[in-house]
Structures are given as C-alpha cells and as structure tokens.
Write a protein that binds this ligand. Structure first.
Ligand SMILES: Nc1ncnc2c1ncn2[C@@H]1O[C@H](COP(=O)(O)OP(=O)(O)OP(=O)(O)O)[C@@H](O)[C@H]1O
Ligand SMILES: C[C@@](O)(CCO)CC(=O)[O-]
Ligand SMILES: [Mg+2]
Length: 328
C-alpha cells in the first residue's frame, strides 16, 4: 500500500474572485486527508471511504468508459462522491503513461466534505501523489499541484482556480493569482473555525457567481473589489496587523454575501463571532453552507459558537507548514 496525506485549507481572502484572475490568500490547516492506493492487475478502480456522508460504502467499477458503478445507492450521490477521485486517477493514468492502471483506493479524512475546508483538493493531491508513486513515478510538488488543479478543473467543469490544490500540495500560506502561485510569510494567526454541519456544491456555487458576473457589471465590480481587499490584506499580513486583517475579512464576507454564496447559518456564525468580539469573520471556500473562519486570540468566539444553535463544531485551526506528506 502506498499512502500520502495532504492538508485542507481556509481562505483568509479571495475565494471565488480567484477563479476570474484576482489574487487569493489561502492557508493550509492541520486537518488532513490520507489516501492509500494498491495497484490492481486489472483496470478497475475500487474506492473505499468511511468519511463520505453516505455512511461508508465501497464503489467498484471498470476504469473503461463503459464501466458502470456496482453499488446500491443513488447514482447522483455516487457521481458527487466519486467525481474527484475518478478524475484524479485519470490524471495519474495520463501522467504515468499507463492508461489501464487500476487501483484499490482507501480514503480517510479529517476534513468535512463540501464545507469550504478544501476536502476535494486534499483528497486529490493525496490520491495523485500516492497513485503516481505506486506506479514508480515521483512528481515534483509543482507537477503534483498542476495535476491536482487539472483534476479540479475537469470536475468543476472548467471553473476552478489553482488556489486550493497548490495550497494543499505545498502547505503554508500561499498567494495565487492566475497561474502565478507562491508561498508567502504569514504570522501565527488566532484562527477559529465554525462548522454548521452543512455543505455546498463548489461547482454549482462557482457557476452561480459566473452567471451574476456575466449579467451585471456591478457583480463584476464586486469580484474586482474582492481583488482589492486581497491586495490590501497582503499588506496587513506583511505588517502583522491582525486588527486590519479582521476588518478586511469582514468586508470580504459582505462582498461574498452580495455574490450570493453565503447563507443563513454561515451569516449567523459570522455574526455570533463578531458579537463575541472577533477581529473579523467570513465564510471560507465555496460557501452555501459549511465553515466560517474568525480571528480571535481570546476564547470568546469559540464559546459563542459552541452555544450557537446551528453550529455543529468549533475548533482552532493550526497552520499546516507541510503540504503533501509521503507516509509510506
Ligand atoms: N473523505 C472523502 N472521501 C471521498 N471523497 C471525498 C472525501 N472528501 C472529499 N471528497 C470529494 O470532494 C467532494 C467535495 O468537494 P467540494 O469542492 O464540493 O468541497 P470542499 O473541497 O470540501 O470545499 P471547498 O472547495 O469549498 O473548499 C466530495 O463530493 C467528494 O467527491
Ligand atoms: C470557490 C473557489 O474559489 C474555492 C473553493 O474552495 C473555487 C476555486 O478556486 O476553484
Ligand atoms: Mg473543493
């Protein structure tokens, strides 16, 4: 068995706008997806994940185009669940020049699905890394990030940035603007995550923003303004000005909300954090439902979120300095 892990992430600033070429600053956090792969002697892909909300199931199907999944749950759920792993393995087949490679894949993850913490990117980065190594190919971090990006791009129907996958592959805080991806220095930040137990569909949310942006020039301006916030945020990060970071996060949340990607429970967690004295709070990732990130060095935000109806989990996030990790 060849195993790799990769971290999830939060966005300090810039999700969604990054899809249209604005800069974004995601930070990897110490919550990981671990993927183990065992090459098979046929072209079948067999995936087991206990973490899927489908209550743990195994899907088996032939890697060829006419292969039908052999499962006992609704096919749409399977499509949603399998999309990223399936495409990650397609990338592995291409980069290794082994179109008929088959694998048994086992996924364990500490990252809630579809909640804005980059579970898809972490699973994809770890899967591509483990499966290529299992076939005797070691990708550089840049190549791994590129293949993982191509995976998200394909699954999200041509609408993805390099931000999540680059951040998960390299770890740390990063800045992504188009194809320009780089590590940046970030001070130790007092990050608190609130999770409403829900999820959003990244592809659908990104498509919704694209539609608004095409329809209204002020929506396009909103996306451009998020870019301005990110640039200002970079200065605040470089200065270690946590109060200013918080103000900018609040503003960023407002603009994401205007673009239609927040929701009642995300807004209520954001307001609970602000009322508890957080320096700033915003949704993270694609939105719809899932997680917010707040800045608070005191325990007040954690306490407020813990008692907020509709908030299912609260935790402090540590920055993950290490990206992909080769386990065995
Ligand atoms: N533990 C897992 N096992 C199998 N597949 C997973 C697992 N975690 C995530 N995935 C895949 O990732 C998909 C969720 O990705 P999606 O991009 O919608 O959300 P996210 O990456 O968690 O959040 P965001 O992109 O907003 O940060 C799942 O539907 C599934 O295909
Ligand atoms: C919403 C988005 O900006 C981040 C999802 O975590 C999509 C992407 O960058 O691919
Ligand atoms: Mg994702």
């Amino acid at each position: 068995m060849t195993r790799s892990s990769a971290p999830g992430k939060i966005y300090l600033f810039g999700e969604h706008a990054v899809v249209y070429g604005e800069p974004a600053v995601p930070c990897a956090i110490e919550r990981r997806a671990r993927v183990g792969v065992e090459p098979r002697d046929d072209a079948t892909l067999r995936v087991h994940s206990d973490d899927l909300s489908l209550d743990g199931f195994t899907v088996e199907y032939a890697g060829s185009t006419d292969g039908k999944p052999d499962i006992d749950v609704a096919e749409s759920l399977v499509d949603a669940a399998m999309g990223y792993v399936d495409e990650a393995i397609a990338q592995v087949r291409e980069v290794t020049g082994e179109p008929d490679a088959g694998f048994d894949v086992t996924i364990e993850s500490d990252i809630p699905l579809g909640a804005g913490l980059g579970s898809s990117a972490a699973v994809v980065v770890a899967a591509v890394d483990a499966a290529t190594r299992a076939l005797g190919v070691e990708l550089s971090t840049a190549e791994l990030a590129e293949r993982a990006y191509q995976t998200e791009l394909a699954v999200q129907e041509g609408q993805a940035s390099r931000a999540d996958t680059f951040c998960s592959a390299t770890g740390g805080a990063v800045r992504v603007e188009g194809s320009d991806c780089r590590a940046i220095d970030a001070p130790d930040l007092p990050l608190v995550i609130g999770f409403d137990g829900g999820a959003g569909d990244t592809g659908a949310l990104v498509a919704g923003v694209r539609q608004l942006r095409d329809e209204y020039s002020f929506a396009a301006d909103t996306v451009a303004s998020i870019g301005d916030i990110v640039r200002q945020g970079e200065t605040a990060l470089a200065d270690g000005d946590v109060a200013e970071l918080g103000r900018l996060m609040d503003f960023n949340h407002g603009l994401l909300s205007a673009l239609g990607v927040s929701g009642r429970s995300l807004d209520s967690m954001v307001w609970a954090a602000r009322e508890a004295g957080a320096l700033g709070a915003k949704l993270t990732g694609a939105g719809g439902g899932g997680c917010i990130v707040a800045l608070d060095p005191t325990p007040e935000t954690e306490t407020a979120l813990r008692y907020l109806p509709g908030c299912e989990d609260v935790f402090r996030a540590e920055l993950a300095d290490e990206g992909v990790r080769r386990l065995e």
